[in-house]
Design a protein around this ligand. Structure first.
Ligand code: MN
Length: 239
């Protein structure tokens, strides 16, 4: 689209994330997510350890919530869960990226939450897939600031922790990821052309659980600071 094209409705807002140590912003193009990427979480969800293939889905870019923001309790669930995850931010990409080259396409890293309707109300029990209703809704992607690779390298181990109202709920280590960052990037690039501005949520460790309005979530990853959000009152939507 050229900047001078006449638009029939207002242009969508471009979500951006702050970059630590810079006054430039990181534009968010797409949010890719990997599920079932820590064995202990796979088991708590009733699954078996597997490396058959990573579970891949997307969230809309405009579901981003910034550090310090509010996540309204979403409609159509009574079981709204946090999932604390390592976020990878891409500066370049393309198709068919070899694992050995994958990290050269990374701009930086951060902390994110894959907020999840674990239960979706008023849908048939048989409607377990696709995951759009569980994963890809408004305000479902809180993301902290991005730490450039030049500052933090490529974190592949270290503490990943989430507290809810000061109580530890998730406490694991990035080294326990089943699919490592280069494998995730390489795998995604066989199906999608990765582009600058894409971010990847890399899966959550065990300890997921429900939240309620008023809860304060504080996620932390060693070297990547913290991400804090508050669960808000239900969004004003029709029942
Ligand atoms: Mn997740």
């Amino acid at each position: 689209m050229t900047t001078n094209e006449k638009l029939a409705v207002p242009a969508p807002f471009l979500p951006t994330l702050p970059i630590v140590g810079s006054d430039a912003r990181f534009p968010v193009r797409r949010i890719y997510c990997v599920g079932r990427n820590y064995v202990a979480h796979v088991r708590e969800m009733g699954g078996d350890e597997t490396r058959d293939f990573p579970l891949i889905f997307q969230k809309p870019a405009d579901s981003v919530v910034h550090d310090g923001g509010v996540v309204p309790y979403p409609p159509k669930t009574d079981n709204f869960h946090y999932e604390l995850e390592l976020m990878v931010a891409m500066k370049s990409g393309g198709y068919n990226i070899p694992e050995a080259e994958a990290l050269s396409h990374v701009f930086g890293y951060g902390i994110c939450l894959d907020m999840t309707r674990r239960t979706v109300l008023d849908t048939p029990d048989s409607l377990r897939l696709p995951w759009e209703l569980k994963k890809s809704f408004d305000h479902s992607a809180p993301c902290g600031p991005i730490f450039p690779v030049e500052q933090v390298g490529h974190p592949s181990s270290g503490s990943i922790r989430l507290e809810v109202d000061g109580v530890a709920k998730q406490d694991s280590d990035l080294g326990l990821m089943i699919w490592r960052t280069p494998e995730i990037i390489s795998t995604l690039s066989r199906y999608f052309s990765l582009e600058p501005g894409d971010i990847i949520m890399t899966g959550t460790p065990d300890g997921v659980g429900p939240v309620a309005p008023g809860n304060v979530l504080v996620g932390s990853i060693e070297t990547l600071g913290t991400l804090t959000v508050t669960i808000g009152e239900p969004a004003a939507v029709a029942a």
